[in-house]
Design a protein around this ligand. Structure first.
Ligand code: HEC
Ligand code: HEC
Ligand code: HEC
Ligand code: HEC
Length: 444
């Protein structure tokens, strides 16, 4: 062992103290990213950068990301849509001036950093550009081109879009909203389209400007569709419950904030006369109810991978519905309890590998939920359809079912999508009949 050296130890101590002091001064990583300047799409789209016309073979990334985005990705048109007649009507109905200069629209239809975080080359009209998802590039633009480990870029403020939890929070900040930006029922009433989201499906729907191959997995790890689905559901429920528990967001004057409730529990023709109880007794005739589509998915999932957690989610969901008809305070309390459970779920799902047996049990659980009357609402059926799609795709990729079974499953999936094609024409009976095909394909 080396002899104690007082002078050196003092020096080390001094270094330690200075480092600690600096550490306290420097804000955490994500905040450093949030503080960065946004440079605009042009700074990414150079022909030797991400603006190649076709994928490049000898680099880690394709380098034609700009072309994919500008030609095929709806995010590139997100600002333009604010100039449309529909947007003009929404803005007029809300009395907010022009949609394309209203902060409440720009916050989701563009990358919209504060004025002092925009470099001269930044243009709001680019819509949801690269930095809208990858974060302001000021601190990593020059260093990321030498292909450092992804973690180095993230440490400089690049958003970790490869992390399912981070990605879910990012997409949902616009596809559901958060405490800073939100589509309220007033906006819906003014003409904004109804929104729904599922992380795996929307990841598939967004024209991919990245390829998950061997090289990608080596750099960023393996992220399966089913993990994206599971984490996405938990984060969606977390954001929904956070809004319900937040006194500022859960009401609008005399009424609760209707956007957090099931749209079709109010918006159906009176002549329908198709109200049915649910087997778990959580539906009350003539009462609007909270949109529980993510919670129903999470019940099915947790029942398979952690039955005790599954029972807790089911019990709290029942409390949410029954308290919901008692008072706003009780509704907010139940939402707050569920919000806490979603934190546990996010950690559990991010660490789970979802093997073949788990997938099969989940698929069966999704069908059973239909038999139990859980899909009486369109929103629940819509989520179930996307979940079944994700599971079948995973089974195909991992070859956990036979080719004959796959063919039958794919046919049932077509029937399931047909039964959910139009929200206002939705009939639970037809949807459940389509689900029966999945059960048969799985063998009982
Ligand atoms: C919380 C985020 C958010 C806010 C706030 C928001 N939007 Fe949207 N908007 C979206 C998303 C996400 C979509 C796409 C939904 C989908 O297709 O699933 C969308 C879709 C639309 C569409 C339909 C686009 C199409 O291709 O048909 C219009 C029009 C629109 N929004 C206008 C507005 C206007 C005007 C405002 C301001 C009053 C506004 N939005 C505020 C997130 C938002
Ligand atoms: C709507 C969100 C979104 C927008 C807009 C977006 N990206 Fe991405 N990008 C992603 C996601 C999600 C991934 C995949 C996860 C990951 O690898 O980080 C990704 C991955 C990438 C990758 C990494 C590929 C790899 O193999 O590691 C590059 C490079 C990239 N994007 C560049 C761009 C550029 C350039 C633009 C603008 C022209 C852009 N992105 C716009 C969400 C977005
Ligand atoms: C800054 C806000 C924002 C973020 C972040 C965002 N989106 Fe979007 N997204 C929008 C808006 C606005 C639209 C509608 C654009 C339009 O129709 O013109 C949209 C449209 C889409 C569409 C097309 C939907 C349709 O009906 O065709 C997909 C798919 C999509 N987003 C997926 C994603 C995914 C996946 C992520 C996360 C990686 C993500 N988005 C992140 C705002 C956002
Ligand atoms: C608690 C009941 C309730 C819920 C839940 C509800 N709404 Fe509404 N909605 C109303 C009422 C009341 C009006 C106003 C009707 C009027 O102006 O005549 C309305 C109006 C609307 C309108 C305007 C219709 C028109 O005639 O122009 C749209 C669009 C709309 N809602 C969409 C939605 C969406 C999307 C959801 C779910 C995210 C939803 N609503 C949830 C009660 C509800």
């Amino acid at each position: 062992m080396k002899k104690c050296n007082l002078a050196r130890d003092c020096l080390m101590l001094l270094f330690g103290a200075v480092a600690l002091f600096l550490f306290c001064l420097v804000p955490p990583v994500q905040a450093a990213g949030a503080d960065a300047q946004h440079l605009g799409v042009a700074s990414c789209a150079g022909s030797t950068c991400h603006g190649a016309t076709s994928p490049t073979a000898d680099t880690n990334v394709q380098l034609n990301e700009y072309v994919t985005w500008v030609r095929r990705d709806k995010h590139a048109k997100a600002y333009e849509i604010l100039l449309s007649d529909t947007s003009k009507r929404i803005a007029r109905n809300l009395g907010i001036g022009e949609a394309h200069s209203a902060k409440i629209c720009l916050d989701c239809h563009a990358d919209n950093p504060a004025a002092d975080k925009r470099s001269p080359s930044f243009q709001i009209s680019e819509g949801v550009g690269c930095e809208g998802c990858h974060g302001g590039a000021q601190n990593w633009l020059s260093s990321h081109t030498s292909a450092p480990p992804h973690s180095d870029n993230v440490a400089k403020g690049m958003i970790a879009t490869d992390d399912p939890v981070v990605r879910a929070g990012l997409c949902l900040s616009c596809h559901f909203g958060n405490k800073d930006k939100f589509v309220t029922h007033r906006m819906m009433g003014a003409g904004h389209p109804r929104m729904s989201f599922e992380l795996d499906t929307f990841t598939q729907l967004q024209p991919a400007h990245f390829i998950v191959d061997e090289d990608y997995r080596k750099r960023k790890g393996a992220i399966t569709g089913i993990k994206l689905w599971a984490v996405g559901q938990a984060v969606m429920a977390r954001e929904h419950m956070a809004a319900l528990a937040d006194g500022k967001r859960n009401r609008d004057g005399l009424f609760p904030e209707f956007v957090l409730f099931d749209c079709h529990s109010c918006h159906t023709p009176m002549s329908n006369k198709n109200w049915r109880p649910r087997s778990n007794g959580v539906r009350i005739p003539g009462m609007p109810h909270v949109n529980d589509s993510s919670l129903v998915m999470l019940q099915v999932l947790t029942k398979v991978i952690d039955p005790a957690l599954g029972r807790a989610v089911a019990a709290k969901t029942r409390a949410l519905h029954s308290n919901g008809s008692a008072s706003m305070g009780q509704l907010a309390a139940a939402a707050s309890d569920l919000r806490a459970l979603t934190d546990q779920m996010v950690v559990k799902f991010a660490a789970n590998s979802f093997d073949g047996d788990v997938m099969k049990a989940m698929l069966k659980g999704l069908v059973q939920a239909g038999q139990d009357g859980e899909y009486s609402d369109y929103a629940d059926a819509e989520q179930a359809a996307m979940a079944i799609d994700t599971l079948i795709a995973a089974m195909r990729a991992e070859k956990t079912v036979s080719e004959a079974q796959l063919q039958k499953l794919t046919k049932s999936l077509d029937a399931i999508y047909a039964a959910t094609a139009k929200d206002e024409a939705y009939q639970a009976g037809r949807f459940n009949a389509a689900l029966a095909g999945v059960r048969t394909a799985l063998g009982g």
